[in-house]
Design a protein around this ligand. Structure first.
Ligand code: MV4
Length: 489
């Protein structure tokens, strides 16, 4: 076991701050790297040390030779990749090991394996994990693809083996559409990932997207930390994540845990990871992919289990055994994470950054906010539009929904537009409140939610004016005269 003394954080924003917090509580020093446009990032000042990487602002967090060199020159004995950027780059993980630096994450071979969605299915099927019917080797030509699709039965879904975020994915409902959709999926995969290996599966209509959090040490001890329902997505980007899933029945829950833990144990996986499944309307469970990194949505699992996932990840990398057996882990209540994006509901949620002029974070019982925003912060335009995560939790689903509405109403950010009004519209929706949602939910309701969001924004904009009118009335008439008898708001 080698005790880690200093960690280089190869990431930025809220996850960099999250890792700094975990290190601080473990008495581990942290070194933040930052691009030229990130010098004002609060995590840069909260780390024990910071080191600039000049040049292209995105390249800064991807140039792993330079990052490893900075780690060595500053005597960091480990690197935490966070999520995105280099977090699932097997070459980076291998290069860290070759440089004698601990990569806080899984083995490079597993990053490699699960980066290929086809090979992942073959490997998981071999250890008894249920996968969708289909072909799990690259489709060589259109004719073969059409033949296999007819065997499976339409609709089928074409997927890029090295894809992600929904890119290189097409749903084919009719045979005559296969050729065109296969070609567009292949071209998209080549464009975004430089790979054209495509595979086909039976398409599951309106599934729920359920993922299981796994924690595994280097001694074959594997536990799960429950599941997260990530069905509420927009254009393959998760918008809201929930733990536990409000409508998964007990039998399916226990089954999905068993499948995930036993599969991961047989694979010999180490570190934290997330096994992603689709659950169809008959509660059939199908493995779709495994994420070999800590995920954006890990906080909802942390608050219902009381377990710090980032600290467990670091301890596993140091060679510690798991602190808990499965029987010692319990879950309490419900948690919902709202991804706060700098995007404008009035511009169809187009990303739009800017300077935070006024800011008041929500708080009170059952509210957690993971963000690197602060009043006066000028959000750089070079990165992802997600600027924070609001996590609310309570003992019951109903209580969590009420708390979510209260916290979202309370959140105050001036200077930029955010998707907070969209979240407010969703938590007011009866289907959401009753847990009636699957992967089709947001696409079906987005138009209505967008109008609700714009109404919320207008109400907010009018509030200050109404207060000023009231004050003016009282000052000039020595009393407030409600116009038409309405209350202030
Ligand atoms: C599927 C599927 C239905 N059937 N696979 C895979 C990547 C992940 N981000 C979305 N994935 C899906 N894979 C089969 N065989 C449904 C999804 C899916 C989805 C598909 C289209 C539009 C939105 C979606 C949201 C979540 C899951």
């Amino acid at each position: 076991m080698s005790k880690i003394k200093k960690v280089l954080i190869a990431n930025r924003g809220e996850i960099a701050l999250r890792i700094i917090r975990a290190c601080r509580e473990l008495n581990i020093k942290s070194l933040a790297i930052f691009s030229e446009v990130d010098i004002a990032g609060i995590w840069v000042r909260k780390a024990d040390e910071a080191y600039p990487i000049v040049g292209n602002p995105v390249e800064a967090y991807l140039n792993y030779k330079k990052i490893i060199d900075i780690a060595k020159r500053n005597k960091c004995d480990a690197i935490h990749p966070g999520y995105g950027f280099l977090s699932e780059n097997a070459d980076f993980a291998a290069a860290c090991s070759e440089a004698g630096i601990i990569f806080i994450g899984p083995k490079a071979e597993h990053i490699e394996l699960f980066g290929d969605k086809m090979a992942s299915k073959v490997a998981m099927k071999k250890v008894g994990v249920p996968v969708l019917e289909g072909i799990n080797e690259p489709i060589s030509d259109i004719a073969e693809g059409e033949r296999i699709s007819k065997e499976i039965g339409f609709p089928v879904i074409i997927k890029a083996a090295f894809g992600g975020g929904g890119r290189g994915m097409r749903i084919v409902y009719k045979e005559q559409d296969f050729k065109e959709l296969f070609e567009s999926a292949t071209n998209e995969s080549m464009k975004y990932f430089g790979r054209d290996e495509m595979f086909i599966e039976k398409f599951v209509q309106n599934p729920r997207h359920i993922e299981v959090q796994i924690v595994a040490d280097k001694y074959s001890n594997v536990v799960h930390l429950g599941e997260r329902d990530c069905s509420i997505q927009r254009r393959h980007q998760k918008v809201i994540e929930i733990a536990p899933s409000p409508r998964l029945n007990h039998e399916t829950r226990e089954k999905i845990y068993k499948i995930a833990v036993e599969g991961v144990k047989k694979i010999g996986y180490e570190s934290v990871g997330t096994v992603e499944f689709l659950v169809d309307e008959d509660d059939n469970i199908y493995f779709i992919e495994m994420n070999t990194r800590v995920q954006v949505e890990h906080p909802v699992t942390e608050v219902i289990s009381g377990i710090d996932i980032i600290q467990r990840m670091i301890e596993i990398a140091e060679g510690d055994k798991l602190k808990y057996t499965q029987d010692e882990i319990s879950f309490k209540g419900f948690a919902v994470e709202f991804r706060i994006n700098a995007e404008d509901p009035k511009l169809n949620f187009m990303p739009r950054v800017g300077k935070i002029t006024n800011y008041m974070a929500p708080g009170g019982p059952g509210v957690r906010l993971d963000t690197s925003l602060y009043s006066g912060y000028d959000i750089p335009s070079n990165y992802d539009s997600m600027v924070g995560k609001l996590i609310v939790y309570s003992l019951t689903w109903e209580g969590t929904v009420k708390k979510a509405k209260r916290a979202l109403d309370e959140f105050f950010i001036d200077g930029i537009a955010t998707n907070i009004p969209l979240h407010r519209a969703i938590v007011c929706d009866s289907d959401f409140q009753e847990g009636k949602f699957n992967t089709g939910y947001l696409d079906e309701k987005l138009e209505k939610f967008n109008l609700d969001a714009i109404d919320f924004m207008q109400e907010e904009e009018q509030k200050l004016q109404k207060l000023q009118d009231m004050l003016q009335d009282i000052k000039s008439n020595n009393q407030f005269i409600p116009k038409g008898g309405e209350f202030l708001y």
